[in-house]
Structure formats: structure tokens, C-alpha cells
Design a binder for this molecule. Structure first.
Ligand code: ADP
Length: 318
């Protein structure tokens, strides 16, 4: 059994829908989505979600939601003064989605202040620790040193570090600030799972070659660059190759495409699948997720796809 810890923010998602101004409630957030899909695809792994929550009723529901998804909640810490963030998804008459956030004071932002020896000891025994650029962006500037110190303790303990930059301009004070924090993350991570757009937006990279050249000086063991419906580029110390993605015709909502890809990819790699199979499985999973509205799709559809694909791999191998 592999022990995997994912650190980030989970928010209450409110979605307007149907008649009578009904609000649908669910929980989502990039790293949380990744944790959910990782656990759903590879139930055998012990998957812990590390975050800050409050003492309120939404926090209780959030923790219950984690448990219902099979996630360990022993790395959730409760802030006495802060509650979970909330966002509202609105869809206009043309189907365009917009998001309204209330997350500036969220409990997840307090996580470095809530870090204790129990968390340090537990996470140092994990096999893999995953975080994203959003996990970093939401930390208060004065808490960043604590995070980097924590990360170096994990590295020293031999925990594999995985990172997705998931750049969101509005969460950063400046581009320079994001670039500086990302360079620390790239330097600390063995596995990096960016979307190509992250680099286009933040570094002005025009091509995949630009991105690969930029990443070359870092000691990244597995660089997996997601390029939407086009392809996934993979680079290790020993080889590099591009894998095609089968474009989905009926795209309903691309929320969580990259998150589900990350979860399934990391789960598959920790389960011993090679990079090619892990990408293939992750791309299939992401392709399914974008055919449903919202970040977290129905489990039956997702699990059925994963089971069928894993069986197909077994047949191919035999
Ligand atoms: P991110 O959300 O991190 O920016 P992408 O948009 O590249 O990442 O999407 C992540 C993954 O989702 C892709 O690598 C691909 O496997 C899958 N994906 C995204 N868009 C499509 C699409 N239109 N058809 C099929 N698969 C898609």
C-alpha cells in the first residue's frame, strides 16, 4: 500500500441550476479533486487530504465528504477563527461559466500556522506528497518559509514530491512572485505535471520546446506536460516522447480535466504502471470527466471506465 498525501484547498461549490433558484452544493478544489480521482481509481493506496478547515457545519460536511470518498482526514487541522472558502459557478445564456469566490479568509490559508509535529511525522513517512501552484498561492507570504522548510524535511525523509503549477494569475500578487515560488517548487519536485498554458501565460513560452528547455536545469525526474486535446509530452532522465490524446467531441465542462489527469496518473505510477500506460489511463479518465458538469463526476461512470481500461491493459499484456 502506498501512502500519498495531497496538500491544498477544498471549497464549498455552489452551482445555480434548475427552476426556483436552487443552489446545488458540492465540494471541490484542484488538489482535492486530484485526491478524489486518485483514490477512486486506485483504492489500494492510502490517500490523505491535508488542509485547514474550521469548526463550522460546512467544515464538518467537507470532512464527511472526504471520508465518503475514502480519503484519510487525519491531516485536516481545524482553525478556531476561519472557515472553508466558497465559490459560486454561474452559467450565462450562452453556456459560458463564470466563478465568484469568497476564499480570501479561508481556513486552508491558515494551514502552515496549524502545522504540528504529528503532521510532520506522518507526512515524512509518506511515499508521495503532491501540491499545486494554488496550494502555494493561497499561503500568506509570512507562511511560505514554513512551507519550504516542511518540504525540505519531506525531501530529506525520502518522500517523492510532485507538483502541478496550475497557474491562476488572480491568486498571485505579481507574476514575479509566482515565478519565484514556482522555481522553488520545480527545484524541489521529482514529478512535475504542468499544463502547457501555465508556461505560455507566465513565461511567454510559445512552443513545447521552450517549456522543455526551461525545465531542463531542474532535477525533474518525470516531466509530464498536458496539452489539452492534442497530446501529452513525457520526459524522464532517459527518454522523451509524445502520446496522442483522443479528442472528446461532447465536451460539457473542462473543469477538473487536469486534476483528474494528475490523480489517475500519480495513482497509476504509484501502483507500478509505466509512464505510457499511466498517461493513457489518465487521459481516458480526463476525457470522461469533461463530459460531465462540475469538478467531481458520478463515481459509477468513472470507476467503470477505469476498470474497463485496466482490464484492457491486462489483455494487451497477456
Ligand atoms: P490543465 O487543465 O491542467 O490545463 P489540459 O487542459 O491540458 O490541462 O487537460 C488535461 C488533460 O485532459 C489533457 O492532458 C487531456 O488528457 C484531457 N483533455 C483536455 N481537453 C480534452 C479534450 N477536448 N478531449 C479529450 N481530452 C481532453
Amino acid at each position: 500500500m502506498q501512502k500519498i498525501v495531497l496538500f491544498g484547498e477544498c471549497m464549498l461549490e455552489l452551482r445555480q441550476g434548475g427552476e426556483g433558484n436552487i443552489m446545488h452544493r458540492s465540494f471541490a478544489g484542484d488538489v482535492f479533486n486530484t485526491a478524489v480521482y486518485l483514490k477512486r481509481a486506485f483504492f489500494e493506496h492510502q490517500v490523505s487530504f491535508m488542509s485547514g478547515v474550521g469548526h463550522d457545519v460546512i467544515s464538518q460536511e467537507l470532512a464527511a465528504n472526504c471520508q465518503a470518498e475514502g480519503l484519510q482526514t487525519s491531516l485536516l487541522r481545524r482553525s478556531a477563527s476561519h472557515n472553508p472558502g466558497i465559490y459560486l459557478v454561474q452559467t450565462d445564456e450562452h453556456g459560458e461559466r463564470s466563478f465568484l469566490y469568497w476564499r480570501e479568509n479561508s481556513a486552508a490559508r491558515q494551514m502552515m500556522k496549524l502545522l504540528d509535529d504529528d503532521i510532520r511525522n506522518t507526512v515524512c513517512k509518506a511515499d508521495l506528497f503532491f501540491f499545486s501552484g494554488i496550494s502555494l498561492a493561497i499561503l500568506a507570504p509570512e507562511d511560505r518559509a514554513t512551507f519550504w522548510q516542511f518540504l525540505s524535511e519531506l525531501q530529506e525523509a525520502g518522500v517523492t514530491i510532485a507538483f502541478d503549477p496550475n497557474y491562476r494569475a488572480r491568486l498571485w500578487q505579481s507574476e514575479d512572485d509566482a515565478r519565484h515560488q514556482f522555481s522553488l517548487a520545480f527545484a524541489a519536485s521529482a514529478i512535475v505535471l504542468p499544463g502547457i498554458e501555465d508556461f505560455a501565460t507566465l513565461y511567454g513560452h510559445q512552443t513545447l520546446e521552450d517549456v522543455v528547455a526551461f525545465c531542463a536545469p531542474f532535477n525533474i525526474k518525470e516531466l509530464i506536460i498536458k496539452n489539452g486535446p492534442s497530446s501529452v509530452f513525457c520526459k524522464t532522465e532517459y527518454c522523451h516522447f509524445s502520446l496522442p490524446v483522443e479528442p472528446v467531441k461532447n465536451v460539457v465542462d473542462t473543469t477538473s480535466a487536469g486534476d483528474s489527469f494528475n490523480g489517475v496518473y500519480l495513482g497509476a505510477r504509484q501502483a507500478g504502471y509505466d509512464i505510457k500506460l499511466a498517461v493513457e489511463l489518465a487521459a481516458k479518465a480526463a476525457g470522461l470527466v469533461i463530459q460531465f458538469p462540475g469538478a467531481i463526476v458520478p463515481n459509477e461512470n468513472f470507476s467503470e471506465l477505469i476498470r474497463a481500461q485496466l482490464l484492457a491493459f491486462e489483455h494487451q499484456a497477456s
